[in-house]
Ligand binder design. Structure first.
Ligand SMILES: NC(=O)c1ccc[n+]([C@@H]2O[C@H](COP(=O)([O-])OP(=O)(O)OC[C@H]3O[C@@H](n4cnc5c(N)ncnc54)[C@H](O)[C@@H]3O)[C@@H](O)[C@H]2O)c1
Length: 251
């Protein structure tokens, strides 16, 4: 497919996991792609990497300006950089609450704010936010993380309404558990990594984790000019975890 031929894209958190798979897929489908990341060192051609911390407005504005200059414009923003947090409301300090909201929610706000003037000049402008099943299902030990992703879901709807008349579509993907370096780190930290992995796999009706490429495919679908009538939606990419209630195997 070459639906992104002639288009340009910026992917935050594009040096690893879902962001990297997305940057690679958009490039394969014809886009010129730049990555914005805290550590862009793993990024290689045809992608270009730009160092920025999404919690720092000055660094975001500088990286977006440099990326747009290099790309020659901007059609697609993938707001994907994010971090995790574990625990109940009793676990995390106020500092941690501020920190995770700063990355996961305000990070998207800062990046979108810097990109909007450029997106307005595009005939195929699209923003895709990486949200999570944690926005729509109650998962144990994820109070802070879930609150940030609930905010990302609402932000997606509000932004879609604000910018629809400007021709800028805004959607999000809601992945289940995806086999990325992030989840690898979580499993490594578990008492019994194999049992933890089996529990995460069993939680998804497909019986396996989602692949980064599958989330990238959903992001590309929402970002593509072929989806010009789709805005303000959340696309589940979760192996059926949100919507299905299968009976236990053999029953
Ligand atoms: N892995 C999952 O199971 C899963 C499920 C649902 C949603 N998500 C979401 O997907 C997104 C990507 O997750 P992933 O699993 O690919 O993680 P990852 O850790 O593999 O990649 C995240 C990338 O974001 C970058 N990043 C982190 N903080 C940053 C900052 N302050 N400024 C700039 N870049 C920063 C990191 O350097 C890294 O390259 C996140 O928003 C996450 O919440 C992940």
């Amino acid at each position: 497919m070459s639906d992104f031929e002639g288009l340009t894209a910026l992917v935050t958190g594009g040096a690893s996991g879902i962001g990297r798979a997305t940057a690679d897929l958009l490039a394969e489908r014809g886009a010129k792609v730049a990555v914005l990341d805290l550590d862009p060192s793993p990024v290689d051609k045809p992608l270009t990497g730009h160092l920025a911390d999404v919690t720092d407005d000055v660094s975001v504005r500088a990286a977006v300006a440099a990326a747009v200059h290099e790309l020659g414009g901007l059609d697609v923003l993938v707001n994907n950089a994010g971090i995790g947090a574990q625990g109940t409301v009793e676990t995390n300090s106020d500092e941690e609450w501020h920190r995770v909201f700063d990355v996961n929610v305000l990070g998207m706000v800062r990046t979108a704010r810097a990109c909007l003037p450029h997106l307005r000049a595009s005939a195929h402008a699209a923003i895709v936010n990486t949200c999570s099943i944690a926005a729509t299902a109650g998962l144990p030990q994820r109070a802070l993380y879930s609150a940030t992703k609930g905010a990302v879901y609402s932000l997606t709807l509000a932004m879609a309404a604000d910018h629809v008349r400007e021709g800028i579509r805004v959607n999000c993907v809601n992945p289940g558990t995806v086999d990325t370096p992030w989840v690898g780190r979580l499993l490594d930290a578990a008492d019994d990594p194999a049992a933890e992995r089996a529990a995460l796999e069993a939680r998804q009706p497909t019986g396996r984790l989602v692949s980064p490429a599958e989330v990238a495919g959903a992001i590309a679908y929402l970002a593509s000019p072929l989806s010009g009538a789709t805005t303000g939606t959340a696309l589940a990419v979760d192996g059926g975890m949100q919507g299905l209630r299968p009976r236990p195997a053999g029953r």
